[in-house]
Ligand binder design. Structure first.
Ligand code: FES
Ligand SMILES: [Fe+2]
Length: 346
């Protein structure tokens, strides 16, 4: 169960090239991605229209993909352009082509109704493409539904428990964030004042005394995106509203793309505006973030195993669930509307 009409993150732009086919499954559909000779990116159904062999076992020939079972060849739109031993290629011999767009170092794929795909709807996150900021590319594969992943995006009360030794402090379980429902999903302001710095902010901000800390973010229901301004500053400097002269700040993107009903792709980019030329800092920040995100994955994959194991007891809500329950309802509503439209069109 997922929204189809949305731009989902399919990968990092650096992952596709003109010398190999990248195979990945999105929303239950197998896809190949590659770069054509003019540099544009293409995505095709990973299923040959002849006998359904995977095109990912095929080979790139210039801009075209040849199936390496019986040799049918497809252009970047998915149209078959050659059947070995035949002179005629029927127009309906094609595989599905998916809109794929490269923006700010990310690949965005549209798995829904192609007529509705408008690249201008893709969110703008300039910190992944701005010389004043440095980011590293992150990816983790989840053995869990994207829904459990976005529950985690929408509720930071887990920080002191899941991330006890990395990014968590007690304030995140005690404070209620300010949440605001928006047309795109949810705006969340999670502010902790007079708080001990987490291990992460001790390490990268050099803080020893108490700090004011913020995680201010937008969650986009279409695409399952979290876009966040995150940082800490010494107490008394106004926190996020201050000049941020002595602040340690990051801009963060996290995105959950459904792979199957119970597996997901998690992409994240963590950008900073300090120490851009410090040797090893990219790796240091990246490793710390990956450690923290592996902590999320451990508990969420384990949660999925319990859920998949069955049982009939309902989940009992707590106050911290308010944002995630709202977004779950939003997803249910959008999915139901998409289903109605598809049924009406059949
Ligand atoms: S299955 Fe692809 S050419 Fe036969
Ligand atoms: Fe987390």
């Amino acid at each position: 169960m997922w929204i189809r009409n949305a731009w989902y993150i399919a990968g990092w732009a650096s992952e596709v090239s003109s010398d190999h086919l990248l195979a990945r499954t999105f929303l239950g559909e197998p896809v190949i991605m590659y770069r054509a000779e003019n540099g544009s990116v293409a995505a095709l159904e990973d299923r040959c229209c002849h006998r359904h062999a995977p095109l990912s076992k095929g080979r790139l020939e210039g801009d075209a993909v040849r199936c390496m079972y019986h040799g049918l060849k497809f252009d970047p739109s998915g149209q078959c352009i050659e059947i070995p031993g035949e002179t005629n290629v029927p127009a309906n011999y094609r595989v599905r082509g998916y809109p794929l767009t490269e923006k700010q170092n990310l690949l965005w794929i549209w798995m829904g109704d192609t007529d509705l795909a408008d690249p201008s709807d893709i969110v703008d996150w300039p910190y992944l493409d701005d010389e004043a900021w440095r980011f590293t590319e992150g990816y983790l594969h989840y053995q869990a539904s994207y829904l459990l992943g976005i529950d985690n995006f929408l509720d930071f009360s887990h920080l002191p428990y899941v991330h006890e030794h990395t990014i968590g402090t007690d304030a995140f379980a005690q404070n209620r964030p300010a949440t605001e429902r928006t047309d795109y999903g949810m705006h969340i302001r999670n502010i902790a004042t007079n708080d001990p710095p987490s291990a992460h902010f001790k390490k990268f901000g050099g803080f020893r005394g108490l700090v004011d800390r913020w995680n201010i973010y937008n969650f986009h229901t279409r695409g399952n995106l979290l876009l966040m301004d995150s940082g800490a500053a010494p107490v008394g400097e106004g926190g996020h509203e201050g000049e941020r002269k002595n602040a340690c700040e990051f801009r963060h993107l996290s995105a959950m793309t459904p792979e199957t009903e119970t597996t997901s792709h998690y992409h994240f980019g963590h950008a900073r505006n300090f120490g851009l030329d410090v040797d090893g800092l990219d790796q240091g920040v990246h490793d710390t973030i990956v450690n923290a995100f592996e902590e999320d994955r451990d508990i969420i994959d384990a949660q999925q195993r319990i859920i998949s194991g069955g049982g009939t007891a309902p989940m009992l809500p707590i106050a911290a669930d308010a944002a995630l329950l709202h977004i779950r309802r939003e997803i249910d509503n959008i999915v139901a509307k998409e289903q109605q439209l598809r049924t009406a069109a059949e």
